[in-house]
Ligand binder design. Sequence first.
Ligand code: HEM
Length: 446
Amino acid sequence: MTTFAAAPKGHFLFGHAREMNRDTLGFLLNTLELGDLVQIKYGPFPLYIVNHPDLLHEVLVTHHEHYQKSDTTKRDLYPVVGEGLFTSEGELWKRQRKLAQPAFHTKRIAGYAEIMVNYTQRLIDEWQNDTVIDVEGSMAKLTMQIISKSVFDAEVTGTDALSHAVTYVLETTDRRFNRIVSLPSWIPTTENRSFDTHLKHLNQVIQHFIDERRRTGEDKGDLLSMFLMAQDDQNSSMSDKQLRDEAMTVFGAGHETTAATLTWVWYLLSKHPEIAAKLHEELSTALGGKTPTFNDLPNLKYTEMVIKEAMRLYPPAWGASRNLMVDTTLGGHALKRGNVLLLNFYGVHRHPKFWDQPDRFIPERFSPENEGKIHKYAYLPFGGGPRICIGNAFAMMEARLILATIAQRFTLHLAPEETVLPSRRFTLRPKDGLKMTAVARETVFA
Ligand code: HEM
């Protein structure tokens, strides 16, 4: 039996919105003590925080058809990703998911392993021993290069016009997403005008990629080619607008999240040298200094456990929101059509009822013997049910290959006085970035 509670009364006008925006993660953790389903007020509106794995299962799986992505998610994302997989609903989403699925099949994405490793090597070839690295920035640049190559077969440097436009558009979307009240995008503020200019540039570049590909008919083996070739049961394919939206969605969803994961992995490894030592041991046994490939992945089990545990403590997607489309019940508690729910992934990942020593970094939780004991819906870094992240295998492969490639050559150290706090933006990232010192591993062992 799950419990329901209303949070103690908040501010007469803002409800709990200010408190929640000031320290969202702390707020979400505090609601765990109140109940499994907690009603708060976001401004004048009720917001239901879902804190129990069984209820998450009910929303994401059993009665998923009662829910849609929330209006705020759509409002903020629509200008960028249009009706791509992340934001679309109903028949359009179903058709697109079916069309896109083969492109994310393990066999298909195996072909990206080499791209992932090559870009990683290029990155660390630039690193000098004993120098300070902007870890968050480096991971973001690296995953952007990988996703650009994988989606569009395009080479970006991280500092070119395309990278700049993508970064600007995504960061502005992130800022908008975090405001309690946003001015409508048609009001010509400096930010809105600049956003429009960058988005226009981005759209032109993507349209050029689509035009070129249609003109040559070439299969470049990337996701754009897969999307272009995809046909549904009625033999119809995607329009240019749909192609653009899907490409932009994958581009947007597919790099910052993985970059955030890796950033937290480096942070946690520096705080737990004994775990870093175990990781290095696995790498030397499995790889013996050679470049990892797709075929090495089954032997990188501990590497995978480290990444999974980092995503438990710091899930890049710290929550997801849903609008209720019908009057119904959740865990036996009555809810009304139009109610908004926040799926508290961050909180549930640290819920003391479901995790022993929830705040400690213990990769062994995900060992082959232990992983089966975890309540399936207490761990949702990729969401769940039909709308589970389509790129999860891609992301896990990318994170393992990047970690294995870098950790063989460098150890990253955090200055002892450095404190790193998580900040809830669209993804969960270190509040003030993450700078660390890269030490070449030969030097470590010398
Ligand atoms: C560690 C990296 C990643 C994390 C933590 C992550 C997390 C998530 C989560 C939680 C959702 C579900 C959101 C919801 O239910 O509201 C989602 C959906 C999605 N993700 Fe990811 N993601 C990651 C990487 C990727 C990558 C690499 C791609 C593409 C290459 C991708 C593409 C998508 C798409 C298209 C959706 C929407 C799927 C649908 O609704 O059918 N993601 N992701």
